[in-house]
Design a protein around this ligand. Sequence first.
Ligand code: ATP
Ligand code: MG
Length: 350
Amino acid sequence: MKKITVLAGDGIGPEIMASAIAVLQATASNYEQNFQFNNQLFGGAGIEASGRALPEATLQACYDADAILLGAIGGAIGSPWEKAKQTPEQGLLALRKALNLFANIRPICVPDALLPLSPVKEAIVKGTDFIVVRELTSGIYFGEPRQLQETKAYDTCRYTETEIARIAHKAFQLAQTRRKKVTSVDKANVLATSKLWRKVVTDVAKDYPDCTLEHQLVDSCAMRIVQQPTDFDVIVTENLFGDILSDEASVLPGTLGVLPSASHSENGVSLYEPIHGSAPDIAGKNCANPASMILSAALMLRQSFQEEKMAQSIEDAVFAVMNEGVVTPDLGGNAKTDEFTAAVIKKMQS
Ligand code: ATP
Ligand code: MG
């Protein structure tokens, strides 16, 4: 029995979460797996109920879980939640911090059904399947001192050997389950933190003789992501570079609606969520693409529960249904959220 804490959240969160749970429930019996879903208030939904985006009971349920599924949080600009003691976004940051989620993982996959939508030429983007592993809790976003003055400002980029080694291990462990290639991205020709990064990643690589390691400067990596995206298997990089490169990579499939993510700590519970926000413009209309949430649930099966076959069957079904033309409006189709979900479940059972 796996305990899953479910944070459906706001906007389209509850709709796409319902899809993911329906898919998990439909497939569980095929694999003799049992899930216990524990729904908790989070984000705007938490604020409305208790004044807090991350209520104490929610946090406790996250600590107690085997894995966490998160839909999306936040409202449209001007939402009354913005004036709450703790905004939805602050709740998410507090949750990430409490769980020490230092490794952010974003798979970027372009199934054939999405080739016409990609802004990159089909011949280049066809077959794209890589993962960006971003360090999430250190680097220039957290380094002290930092100061903004009238006519000058500065930030501090800081990394320790321990912080670099633990994210590098995550990247190599992932690569071992895939095509065994790691691209470490830095700016080692200029930055001291990048020189340390390159040295530590090179050392960690010695523990993974079955994997190959290449180093690439961030500027040329940014070009290569759109020129030769099929070159990559696992990209590992520091916080700032990962923020930028993962957003760049996320345009390859042509919609946010198909992109899942995972966030891991050293040994604690992991959190799985779509990379997009709560999409208030389409909330409540049964037209959101639930693939991002369904694929996040598949990632959970693979990375937290080692249910590789189950994960694969869900991913295969999602992409097969899309390839057959059952797609939501973000992909130019007219399938409703629940119709797409039903088609995925039917495909898994066929
Ligand atoms: P946040 O700041 O929370 O990341 P955002 O302002 O970046 O939010 P999103 O909520 O990610 O915005 O939405 C960006 C656009 O993509 C919106 O037009 C939204 O409707 C669309 N979109 C996002 N997710 C989906 C989805 N699952 N299905 C269809 N369209 C989506
Ligand atoms: Mg956004």
